[in-house]
Structures are given as C-alpha cells and as structure tokens.
Design a protein around this ligand. Structure first.
Ligand SMILES: [Ca+2]
Ligand SMILES: [Ca+2]
Ligand SMILES: [Ca+2]
Ligand SMILES: [Ca+2]
Length: 351
C-alpha cells in the first residue's frame, strides 16, 4: 500500500459489494493516562499552556501561574521512546533530600533508602527529592498524577540533603559510593557544591564501576563552574523552556555544561505532607506541581540515560553517555552547552 493512497483504496474497497467495510489500521500510541500528563510538556509538547496547582487552603505558594504554550515538539519525545522501552528494572539513584515515604505515584518505585544527611529520618521533609524522583520514575498509566520519563525505572533514594536542604561534600561522596555499590546504573545529583577532592574521587570511582553520573549545572544564570557537574565524568545539565530557549536562570557554557533539558515549569510529585520548600506547616497543592531549575532538567537526562541503558543492556557507560549526548535536538544559543536538548527517542534508537 503506497503511503498517502490509503483513503483511495478504502473508497474503492467500499464500493465492492462483497466488502462490508474498509478502514485504516491505526497505530496505537503509548499515550499516558495520568491526571496531569497534559501539563508535562517536557515529555510531549503540543504547544499547550501550562498552569500550576494552586490551593490556598494547603499551600502558601506558588501564586497562580499560567505559562503560554511554547513550540510544539520542543520536548524529549518520551512517548515515542516508550514504544521502544520503558526502562524496566534499571536502577537510578536520586541523591537528594529523600523521597516521600508514602506518595501514591512515586514511593512504590523506591527499592532502597539510605541517609547520609545528618537528619534523623529517611523521609523528604525538605520537598525537593520527591519532585526529582517523580521526574525520573513516577508511575505511568495509573490514572494518577504524572508519568516519569523512565516509568519502568526503580529508585535508590539516597538522602544527602537534610530536612533544611543542606548537605556536605562528604555526605554526597558517601551517597555516590552507596549507589555504585547497590547496582545503580545512573546517579542523579540535582545539586551543586564547591570542588572537593573527596567528591571527585567518589565520582571517578562510580564512573570506573560503569555508572553514568548526571548533575544540575546550577541556577546562577552565569558561567561559574559548579560541582559535581563540572567534573569530566559527570554529565552537567542546563535548563531550557517550552520553546527550547535557554532558561534565564540556567548556568551555561559549552566548555563544561554538556547538555540541556526542560527545566521551566516541570510538573512532578511533591510530598503529601508538609515540607520546608512549601512553607512552614504547608504542603504543595494536590501533591503535584511545577518546579523550576536545572534540578528539574538533570533528572530528565538521568531518566533518558536509564532508558538508553535499557535499550542497550550490554553497552559500557561511555557508549551510553555518547548515545545520549550525540542524539540531541538544537536548543538555546551556540555556546550555551556542548550538545543540545536531550531527546529520549533519539537516544534509545541511536545506532
Ligand atoms: Ca515530541
Ligand atoms: Ca508522606
Ligand atoms: Ca502517574
Ligand atoms: Ca561535566
């Protein structure tokens, strides 16, 4: 059947008296049935406007926000990637402020927890790690919340940021070593610290064990190097918006920022209890909302790395990293980052 001639054939068949009916055999797309999937432009951008959740009864912030629709297909082609793989069983370590212990859309994906933060609990009382983990691996097609970029992935929740969002380079290094020793194929670090020999040694140890490490480039809007992203063995991620422009806050500089991903108004899970980032005694509206930052861009890349591992289970970490970095779409201005905006479909199908 030549492309474009389908309707002609259907018409001809329909006039044949022995044919009851003729119709196209439509392709079934792996559409997500999650409540807020339509707001996840990073996964599938149809040029939709984006609004946040704003419930004054439970939340102090943010104020109601409406962001005008951007450029259709300024997204990572997640739905197309899921037709190849959903990343089943790939372990992604989220080194952050912990992950909510009982959130309906992400907690069941956490298979291991550890605490390097100095806080006296494993929960996410700061309110950052739950958002990051949901971006990686929130449960898809459960008619709840959102879908992670790698919905088949499991999460190792390493708490390296305290209930006030504070961590140390040694705590982060311990988290990296723990993740590498517990089967993580990818480590996401949506954080930035000063250079530290202890930290760099842990990064290189994990890389030498075959892990791919991903980190936020930073939100200073300038070009100051931040770590661990600036280490050669870590993919540093800048942030774009829904039109593939550089986010104004994103750190940039092609000498060390490796890649970009959507980081403006990224919809994901928030703790279903009060958290420091939501305000004293408050939680974020409806337990799902938007977040801004290279912290939100980094886990989109980490999840894409995980999908790429899943499609290439025997590959080395350097091969997987190269597939992700060499298959991007153009975004931002020349010089913002070494490669472009990540594309999950391109990465999982990269030859
Ligand atoms: Ca797309
Ligand atoms: Ca909770
Ligand atoms: Ca969901
Ligand atoms: Ca780097």
């Amino acid at each position: 059947m030549p492309a474009g001639k389908e309707l002609q054939l259907i018409d001809a068949l329909g006039r044949n008296p022995v044919v009851e009916y003729a119709e196209p055999d439509y392709v079934v797309a792996a559409a997500s049935e999650d409540t807020f999937f339509g707001r996840q432009y990073a996964l599938q951008n149809d040029g939709q406007d984006i609004v946040n959740n704003h419930d004054t009864a439970t939340s102090t912030k943010p104020a109601p926000i409406k962001i005008d629709g951007g450029t259709p297909d300024a997204d990572v082609d997640a739905v197309e990637a899921w037709a190849i793989t959903s990343g089943t069983g790939v372990r992604v370590a989220v080194l952050d402020s912990g992950v909510d212990l009982d959130h309906e859309d992400i907690s069941s994906k956490v298979i291991l927890r550890a605490n390097f933060s100095g806080s006296n609990n494993n929960d996410d009382k700061y309110g950052h790690g739950t958002h990051v983990a949901g971006i990686v691996a929130a449960t898809a097609n459960n008619n709840k919340g959102v879908a992670g970029v790698c919905p088949g992935c499991t999460i190792l929740a390493g708490k390296v940021l305290s209930d006030n969002g504070i961590g140390t380079s040694s705590g982060l290094a311990n988290g990296i070593n723990w993740a590498a020793s517990n089967g993580a194929k990818v480590i996401n670090m949506s954080l930035a610290v000063r250079a530290s020999r202890t930290l760099e040694a842990a990064v290189n140890n994990a890389w030498n064990k075959g892990v791919v490490l991903v980190a936020a480039a930073g939100n200073g809007g300038g070009q100051t190097k931040m770590y661990p992203g600036a280490y050669p063995n870590v993919i540093a991620v800048g942030a774009t918006d829904n039109s593939d422009a550089k986010a104004s806050f994103s750190t940039f500089g092609a000498s060390w920022v490796d890649i970009a991903a959507p980081g403006v108004a990224v919809f994901s899970t928030f703790p279903n209890h009060e958290s420091a980032l939501a305000g004293t005694g408050k939680k974020r509206s409806l337990n799902y909302d938007i977040g801004d930052g290279t912290s939100m861009a980094s886990p989109i890349v980490a999840a894409t790395v995980a999908l790429t591992w899943s499609a290439n289970p025997g590959a080395s970490n350097s091969v997987v990293r190269a597939k992700v970095e060499s298959s991007t779409d153009p975004a931002g201005d020349i010089g913002d980052w070494a490669h472009g905006r990540v594309n999950a479909y391109n990465a999982v199908t990269s030859p």
